[in-house]
Design a protein around this ligand. Structure first.
Ligand SMILES: [Zn+2]
Length: 101
């Protein structure tokens, strides 16, 4: 059995959210420098789901040597910094008093 952390289907394939089969890329459009939309088609003929997913640049691990001044991407201090921040946010959620708005 393949561990859950490995890439399941390769670079241009993802998993159909309905049947779990491979969905292949039909089309990909770069909308902004940090946002791309990808159209997928499920390869399971019994399902035939066609859907759009997106790909966003969320943070920088190593800054570009050729930075685009119009692009602002948050910088991570280290590879694990973002997940640590995420965990801290979750911790705050759990510490909020019940019923607090
Ligand atoms: Zn499917």
């Amino acid at each position: 059995m393949t561990p859950a952390t490995t890439k399941p289907f390769g670079n241009n394939v993802t998993q159909c959210p309905h049947c779990g089969c491979h969905a292949r890329t039909l089309k990909s459009d770069q909308i902004t420098p940090t946002y791309r939309e990808i159209r997928y088609a499920c390869t399971n003929k019994a399902c035939a789901h066609i859907f759009v997913a997106d790909l966003s640049v969320v943070r920088t691990l190593v800054p570009s040597a050729l930075p685009n001044p119009q692009v602002n991407i948050p910088l991570s201090n280290a590879a694990g910094a973002a997940s640590t921040a995420d965990n801290q946010n979750q911790h705050e959620l759990f510490e909020a008093p019940v019923g607090a708005a």
